[in-house]
Design a protein around this ligand. Structure first.
Ligand code: CP3
Length: 347
């Protein structure tokens, strides 16, 4: 790589390629959103959240807002994982208590769903173009999608869930039928991530927010296998674009996920012990894992947690992030505080 292109790669991409940097590059899951007053003002310009996500001018502005305020090393595309079910033909609404989808029933299988509507995702690619054009050259733009298992839970439960009993029951009772649903989601997701990459996303993250609710055998089948398949296809089509896998809650199965999927980096959630994260770093770049509540609290507890994470993970490829998304109640000043803490080399 020549000097120009390695400068262009920026700090996030260098670390995803295996370099060790101090201070580490950083960004935050859900860094755009309701905790920012400028986001709330912008959000008020669209009637509903889906229309907001599908209006490139608004979504690109939301993508850039946190970077303009705090100078993270990466922006994450402003969109949502549930645009994929909508593109497959499933009606989607966002209410005050989260997303609502017209439930997919086990007895109907994938009837009524198809790839015919994937072009409804085209505005997202325009958001990517506008966002990339508005970012400093050294700031990476991260595209993303939900992993098939997590997306399927929303499609089958009709929204968020506590026990995932409908989705699991389908998967356990009728694995061939459930595999059909995951294949369809996987196909749309490959098209979605390819579109984002072709429009200028520098890296992609696969969010498997509910990876941690499955037993071992089912974890292999419904979390690891679809992620590996997506990673393989993306690597064949876009060998230079790094992939971050985030199988949240995978616990003792993180290592297997990292080994079997071939992702370039792995997002570790807040409860992964730092010694364990350090061990995973022997295999892949690690991203994480500050407790979002530490960021909400700020002050000494924040500084102490940041220090401990950096001490544990500074010795290898590491992206500083949260273990899950920024909480809407987080004072923006605490993110500024975090930026200051991260700007200085480790003591
Ligand atoms: O800053 C960013 O991270 C970029 C944008 C982004 C959003 N959703 C915007 C959003 C990203 C990366 C996501 C991912 C996402 N969406 C996930 C995976 C990560 C995770 O949190 O586990 C999931 C499960 C979803 C589905 C979803 N979208 C839910 C469950 C909800 C309701 C809960 C909530 O936080 O409100 C959403 C809505 C949503 N997605 C909002 C935002 C900013 C809030 C709605 C609003 O601003 O009006």
């Amino acid at each position: 790589m020549d000097a120009m292109s390695s400068a262009k790669a920026g700090r996030l991409l260098r670390v995803l390629a295996g370099e060790t940097l101090d201070p580490p590059p950083w960004w935050l899951m859900r860094q755009a959103g309701r905790y920012l007053p400028e986001y709330r003002a912008l959000r008020a310009k669209a009637d509903d959240f889906v229309q907001f996500c599908l209006t490139p001018g608004l979504a690109a502005e939301a993508t850039l807002q946190p970077v303009q305020r705090f100078g993270m090393d990466a922006a994450i595309l402003f969109a949502d994982i549930l645009l994929v079910p909508r593109a497959l033909g499933q009606p989607l609404e966002f209410g005050d208590d989260g997303p609502g989808l017209e439930r997919i029933e086990e007895r109907n299988g994938t009837a009524g769903l198809s790839l015919a509507g994937v072009s409804s995702l085209d505005p997202v690619y325009e958001t990517v173009r506008l966002s990339r054009a508005g970012l400093p050259r050294d700031t990476a733009l991260i595209g993303f999608a939900g992993a098939p298992w997590t997306v399927a839970t929303y499609m089958v439960e009709g929204g968020s869930s506590r026990d995932f009993r409908r989705t699991k029951a389908w998967a356990y009772r009728d694995p061939a039928g459930f595999a059909g649903l995951l294949e369809l989601i996987g196909e749309a997701t490959f098209a979605y991530l390819s579109g984002q990459i072709m429009a200028g996303a520098d890296a992609v993250q696969l969010f498997d927010s509910w990876a941690g609710v499955l037993p071992e055998v089912e974890f292999d089948r419904w979390v690891v296998a679809p992620a590996r398949q997506l990673a393989d296809r993306l690597k064949r089509a876009f060998p230079a674009v790094p992939i971050i896998g985030f199988p949240r809650g995978a616990g003792q199965l993180y290592e297997r996920y990292a080994a079997a999927t071939g992702v370039d980096a792995i997002g570790v959630d807040t409860v992964v012990p730092l010694a364990e994260a350090r061990r995973l770093q022997g295999r892949v770049c690690v991203q994480g894992n500050l407790d979002p509540v530490s960021l909400l609290v700020g002050g000494v507890p924040l500084a102490d947690s940041v220090k401990a994470i950096r001490e544990a993970l500074a010795g290898g490829p590491f992206v500083f992030n949260l273990g899950h998304g920024v909480l809407p109640q987080t004072p923006p000043e605490h993110v500024a505080e975090l930026a200051r803490l991260l700007a200085s080399p480790a003591a």
